[in-house]
Design a protein around this ligand. Structure first.
Ligand code: PLP
Length: 448
């Protein structure tokens, strides 16, 4: 069975993989527009065959047509959606995790990996100011984290109640989680910056008191770093109302939670220490590769009966008092996806993280001043994190799309317009520490 023998072909393949990784790690390929399905079918040809193509040919197809037909997340020229910027250590070590065959669902199977992941989770938990026995696990992303946390809230706290109060600018994954869980949303209007405030939550609940709907509310979701504008909800105000009304307090800090480690932004998160559950995606702004979301509970013991799966072949594996990450989210088998994040934290230290996030915040603030100084554009909101919204007065949606396409096709930057209060506007997300102010100036100049 040559598939399992480390023969000469396998040795050659190892060299090919190492050399490809080495070439790629510090050299993201340029952006290309996605090829059509017909073009890709032509480039790839028929790849799944009874006798195999051989590793050289398969690797060639990957390097030539698969890896390059992409808008890679880690380019410093990526300023759309939510980019990524995995560190060199995290990226290289991810390949080691892939090769390690660790099944990090239960302590028995991968205690070392789980202990290391838990240290990385502890750092996040401490940054948020959670108590020492807070904990959780890494899941695949913010969507999976929000769903798992709200499932816990429903089963551990809702009793007969079925409604969750949510800010109007919450991420789409919250609406999806509520749909999946058979729950309803009480949508609370945002303030002018797109934030959920304690006052608006209180008003919405008082209004709902009148028709008896508020008694059905059992949880509230706040966002620390809304995706569209990077705003942070009034966490302290929302925490206070949650406490008064006995609501489960969940914070979606998938994007913004990274800035907990940045002294210049930390004050904005006051109130986060009161959460019952929290998510932060290291694969966004904490420089980890996909896919990695830290899910934390104030009292993990409340999540355990909700998520633990029981089966005759599984139960014998569990040991009382040992930490099984499978028990804290909607998953069983799981890759040790927190390990590349752990390895990078262990390698560089947390100060390097604070420095990198601060650098991004500083570039964003400088970029806001460059908008102020440019006669042809207007800043829409003072940035709280790394997202900038700006307008070119007089432009239509078509003008913004043409701007975005021109920057993309000449390789300058990947930017996409968004909507703000119904108006199409420019948006740029600073996330990669190597994204320069000079690049942003080019993006602005292209609007002139
Ligand atoms: C605030 C917020 N929450 C949740 C998500 C969903 O995360 P994921 O794409 O990792 O599922 C995102 C993604 O951008 C986000 O920005």
């Amino acid at each position: 069975m040559r598939m399992f023998d480390f023969d000469d072909e396998a040795a050659e393949l190892a060299e090919m993989c190492f050399s490809w990784i080495r070439g790629r790690v510090d050299n993201p390929p340029p952006f290309v527009a996605p090829p059509t399905p017909t073009e890709l079918a032509m480039h790839l040809g028929r790849t799944i065959t009874p006798h195999g193509l051989g590793s050289t040919e398969a690797m060639h197809l990957f390097a030539r047509h698969i890896a390059t037909s992409a808008i890679v997340l880690d380019s410093p020229r990526h300023g759309a959606l939510v980019p990524g910027a995995p560190t060199i250590a995290a990226t290289l070590f991810d390949a080691c995790v892939g090769a390690s065959a660790l099944v990090a669902e239960a302590w028995l199977e991968a205690s070392g990996a789980i202990a290391a992941e838990n240290q990385a989770l502890r750092w996040l938990s401490d940054l948020a100011g959670l108590p020492p026995d807070a904990g959780g696990c890494f899941v695949s992303g913010g969507t999976a984290g929000n769903l798992s946390a709200l499932c816990t809230a429903r089963d551990a706290h809702a009793m007969e109640r079925r409604t969750v109060a949510v800010g109007a600018d919450a991420h789409a994954s919250i609406a999806k989680a509520l749909r999946v869980l058979g729950l309803h949303a009480l949508i609370v209007p945002s303030d002018e910056r797109g934030r959920l405030t304690g006052a608006a939550l209180s008003d919405a609940l008082l209004a709902a008191d009148d028709d008896g709907r508020s008694v059905d509310v059992f949880a509230v979701v706040a966002t620390a770093g809304a995706t569209n504008a990077g705003s942070i909800d009034d966490l302290a105000g929302v925490a206070e109302i949650s406490h008064e009304r006995d609501l489960w307090f969940h914070v979606d800090a998938a994007y913004g939670g990274a800035a907990l480690c940045a002294p210049s932004a930390r004050d904005r998160f006051t109130g986060i220490e009161a959460v019952d559950s929290l998510i932060i995606d290291p694969h966004k702004w904490l420089f980890a590769p996909l896919d990695c979301c830290g899910l934390l509970y104030r009292e993990p013991a409340r999540a355990l009966p909700v998520h633990q799966q029981s089966a005759s072949y599984l139960d014998a594996m569990r040991v009382e008092g040992e930490w099984d990450p499978a028990d804290y989210a909607l998953h069983l088998t799981r890759r040790a996806r927190g390990l590349p994040f752990w390895f990078s934290l262990a390698t560089y230290g947390t100060d390097a993280y604070a420095e990198a996030v601060e650098a991004v915040l500083a570039t964003t603030r400088t970029a806001a001043r460059h908008i102020d100084a440019a006669p042809h554009v207007e800043l829409i909101l003072e940035p709280e994190l790394g997202v900038l919204l700006f307008r070119r007065p007089g432009w239509s949606e078509g003008d913004y799309l043409a701007w975005s396409r021109a920057l993309f096709s000449d390789g300058t930057a990947f930017v996409l317009p968004t909507r703000w209060h119904g108006e199409t506007v420019g948006r740029f997300v600073f996330l990669h520490p190597k994204t320069t102010i000079e690049l942003f100036d080019e993006v602005l100049a292209a609007m002139a």
